[in-house]
Design a protein around this ligand. Structure first.
Ligand code: F0G
Length: 353
């Protein structure tokens, strides 16, 4: 069957009326990839939901298609968001598609280069403030109260509705819910959406429920430390958030499912980031790799038992953040003359050939 995007596929689960436009960039339907080597090493069946395969390279497309379609339905002409980068890319793409004006507020100098390139290309108006994501979100919430502009951060309930469809797809791809769902946590909208999705799908199709294991970055672990972090810091800029808007929903998802919210260090994130690229051929951005780092930590400590089926959500494409990739990599291009002999000599000199 031809794939026509999320609204068409899951409309019975979504707030779709006969006035909702069938907006789409053919988002969703992302691969669930079995990580063969890491599964064997850890003694679990580990799969990744590769959300970087969405049209703008992250899971945000799922929520944004719904939020922008509803904005159009309600007669809005302008959308606005705060963002660590991916939300701004998705918002500006779907705004372009729907013919809306998009305004994005980002922390100056703290968003990955690929994401900035996307907002520029899709034609957003971009405000870079000398503050972090939490400052930007507070500001846009206030502005959207005062001006006739639709807020498209995940505090907009349509975002959560769209994002829950990833849980539906996982159940369809595996034939049931996994035992564990590992997911990065930033503003905490996505873990909220997945839990809602698993519950709704289970009610309809008896697919079961996973234990939800959410992972914050240690330098931005407000939920784990149970305190607002004024100056969050992490290499995973996508989740550099110190006061998550969906804090209570995330805690509820963890508790209700028998899971937990935990944290991983930048070092663990970067190790996982490189490991899955080099050994599995899967390149996800640093924030996404927090889910893999978390699975490794939990299997090693016994919190995820051997033999479990685990799905880790890889929220964004590795190409979003080329600078981190180059910075952490020990591999550098070897500059050689444009001569076969020079290349041959180099190969032989390595002792491998
Ligand atoms: N992973 C990536 C790649 C993200 O971009 C985000 C959030 C998350 C995980 C965390 O998801 O906020 O729902 O808990 N990025 C937002 C943005 C904040 O502005 O793009 P969450």
């Amino acid at each position: 069957m031809k794939w026509n995007g999320l609204i068409a596929k899951y409309k019975e689960f979504l707030p779709v009326t006969d006035k909702t436009p069938m907006l789409t960039l053919n988002e969703g339907n992302t691969p669930l990839i079995h990580l063969e080597k890491l599964s064997e090493k850890l003694g679990v069946e580990l799969y990744v939901k590769t959300e970087g395969a969405n049209p703008t390279g992250s899971f945000k497309d799922r929520g944004m298609v719904m939020a922008v379609a509803k904005a159009v339905e309600e007669g809005s002409t302008t959308i606005m968001c705060a963002s660590t980068g991916n939300t701004s890319a998705a918002a500006s793409a779907y705004a372009a598609r729907a013919g809306l004006r998009s305004i994005v507020v980002i922390p100056n100098g703290k968003i990955a280069f690929g994401k900035l390139a996307q907002a520029v290309m899709y034609g957003a108006e971009i405000f870079a403030i000398e503050g972090n994501f939490d400052d930007a979100l507070k500001m846009v919430r206030e502005i959207c109260e005062e001006l006739p502009i639709t807020l498209v951060n995940s505090v907009n309930p349509y975002r959560i509705e769209g994002q829950k469809t990833a849980a539906f797809e996982i159940c369809e791809q595996l034939g049931k819910a996994p035992d564990y769902l590992a997911i990065p946590v930033g503003n905490a909208g996505n873990i909220t959406a997945y839990w809602k999705g698993f519950k709704e799908f289970n009610e309809r199709h008896q697919t079961g429920l996973p234990k939800m294991h959410g992972f914050e970055a240690e330098g931005a672990a407000a939920i784990v430390k149970n305190q607002v972090i004024e100056n969050p810091e992490t290499v995973a800029t996508a989740i550099r958030i110190g006061n998550p808007a969906s804090w209570e929903f995330a805690v509820n998802a963890a508790n209700e499912s028998g899971g937990k919210i935990d944290m991983v260090t930048d070092e663990e994130i970067l190790d996982a980031y490189q490991l899955i690229a080099r050994t599995e051929g899967v390149f996800a951005e640093p924030a996404s790799s927090a889910s893999i780092a978390g699975v490794m930590k939990d299997v090693n400590s016994g919190k995820i038992p051997k033999g479990s089926t685990v799905v880790a959500v890889l929220t964004g494409n590795g190409l979003k953040d080329p600078n981190t990739a180059i910075d952490v990599s020990s591999i550098q291009p070897i500059v050689l003359p444009n001569e076969k002999k020079a290349v041959m000599d180099h190969l032989k000199g390595d002792g491998h050939v």
